[in-house]
Design a protein around this ligand. Sequence first.
Ligand code: SF4
Length: 364
Amino acid sequence: MININDKQMIRKAIETINKLSQKVDDVKIMHVCGSHEHTICKYGIREVLPDNITVIPGPGCPVCVTTQKEIDTAIYLAENGYTIATLGDMYRVPGSEKSLMEAQSEGYDVRIVYGINDAVKIAKKEGNKVVFVAIGFETTAPTTAAELIGLKNKNDNINFYILNCHRQTPPVMEFLLNEGNVNLDGFICPGHVSTITGLKPYYEPCKKYNAPMVVAGFEPIDVLMAIIMILKQIINREAKVENEYKRVVREKGNVMAQKIMNEVFEPIDIPWRGFPVIKNGGLGLKEEYKKFDIFEVEDIPPIKEKIPKGCICDKILRGEKFPTDCKLFGTVCTPLNPVGSCMVSDEGTCRIFYKYKKFQMNEL
Ligand code: SF4
């Protein structure tokens, strides 16, 4: 068991990375989790890495990868008589013309909730037509699924729907390895997502693209150990899936959560913000649960996205740029006045860079 606060061990890990780095050329490792980026920025992990080892933040924030079209759809619904129930993080993300917060200030019924169950309570108590903006990866999809199973079984006659923005992570990792513009040498796999999925979803992309993949926890030593494990694989010319976060993540993941998720959702191809359509990148509602899909009950007109001028969230989400490459970072775009989605959520790369005052980075 790792003593996560052992400073001696952290020093040793940094020394090991330095030694291993002498045996490799430039190495680019991507992570796909906002919590990993927090650890990296908070503890200055990039600053202690050798110049030839770069850790790149990828599309690891569910709010950030939700498309502008999905946000505009929520706003359209608010403007057309629905109560929109959303998690706090989504409330301030700019749509094409406004955010949900601005729609609320115009008098439309937008409520911040802690979860889908609060949204259901509103529908039951007030009799409104309620739409819950269901975002998140494999970590939150089981909660949505469990609530919908309950509603279906009880057959409650309430006007409750979801705007389904759930996505699954491994397909976007595969896209980045196959079609991304950055030559990635390996992935630090997301600890929270892997708690649910286990290691299985990584085996195929790891083998197919010869990419080392290490599931890591969120302490500084976890991230450093994951980098060591990836470097060792590269030096040994191996590509395998390893689990650094054994104290939490099991090989098979959370089987019960997977069962619940699979009862309600099935993989679908959908676009992510900054990406084209990702094969199997989304979780669509199965036929028996389609009655909860707002698109089944409401004729929503086509919405054209207007990406804010100067915002490079797309490139940041694809790992092609750091926030500090954006001319608006920290000046025009701040957490109080976000221009793009990556500056809004606590999991957004721009927001994290801003929080830890990372105003300068070397070029990727
Ligand atoms: Fe977009 Fe703001 Fe990040 Fe620039 S700093 S990429 S405008 S979110």
